[in-house]
Write a protein that binds this ligand. Sequence first.
Ligand SMILES: *Cc1c(COP(=O)(O)O)cnc(C)c1O
Ligand SMILES: [Zn+2]
Length: 401
Amino acid sequence: MIAICSACGSAAPAGTPYSCSVCGGALLLQYERPDANWNKGAVQGIWKYAALLPDVPVGSRIELGEGGTPLVRSVSLAGRLGLDALYFKYEGGNPTGSYKDRIAAMGVSWTLAQGKEACIGTSSGNAGAAAAAYAARAKLPYHLYVLENMAEAKLAQVLAYGASVTKVVGFGYSPDVGEEVFERVVAASKARNWEMMVTAFRFNPYAMEGVKTIAFEIAEQLGDAAAARVYAPAGGGGLYVGIWKGFDELSRFGLAEGKPHMVAVQPDGCANIAVAYRQGDKHPAPGPATSRISGLQVPNPPDGDAALALMAAGDGSCVSVADDDIYAAQRLLAEEEGIFCEPAGAAALAGLIRERDNGTTFDRGPVVCIVSGVGFKDGASVAEMVKNRDVPLLEVSALTI
Ligand SMILES: *Cc1c(COP(=O)(O)O)cnc(C)c1O
Ligand SMILES: [Zn+2]
């Protein structure tokens, strides 16, 4: 197996540094074409796709039931948006409540396979909760550096799994602070031989391979009616690049015909990739994050270059939407479809609604929105959503039923 740099195209032998030694760009692992029965085994979850994942002996695989999430067909919004078939890939069904479990399962298992004895990372919340759960199960210490204003439920969840957590002033708002946190964490991971658990290809192209199992599952779940368009939220850009990589491998190895058009969705208040896309730039536009959407506040998106390179090559596009559009989509998912998600999980739908309103042309075929995390992750957003609802408190004798 080799890795190819997404920025300069240099090849690196697998097992060497986690980013390109020539230019520092994000590496993408390359595989041999798997045999026809590659995904036909009885194994569940991400390891069903082991033929297209980094090699981890069965004894080192840490599992909690990640992956295998439902693809829920829209019963209401599809009609309203004038679509024949709309689906929600519901990643809130993962063990810690977000798709980050796919990365943590892959990354912590990979850590054990390499004989490393601890993990270190940064997170806005969900990646931390996921890595903390898998590290607890693997009995590995996990050192985590988080945003100052991390959503409370996310912090509590990380602490519940026993990770050691430090908040950093300005992290998640200031690009300079973000870059320095990343630098220090990388340096510490190298000096101590700890596994680098930052959910971006630029920092850990092995752990990130877990993401593409989302694409493999969607392809299987839709069968012949392959997805025409897939919307994914983008903070650091890794989710977007990872899902693209999955569809790209299926198409490259002749395991699927063609691939869907992928749309990255960002909040206007942290639209570094979207702005660069609109301007035809190779690098994310600089600027602080003012969005309130937890999980999408990444002012220096580590996989922004990789995502923009795909879009520049004609593979995908990027839109941005207001925070309020995302909150409105979160409410629509709950009220119209019975799907309870955190705000970041509704960004994909908000992007789809924006493109329908704008009259963007769509290829025929199913549209899929990635619903990346469960509603319990961000209680404050749910409280806001229901704040005008009247809940009467009555004596039992006053009940009119
Ligand atoms: C991490 C996360 C995202 C963004 O993923 P990136 O790889 O940073 O673009 C979106 N939604 C949820 C729920 C997340 O946890
Ligand atoms: Zn390079």
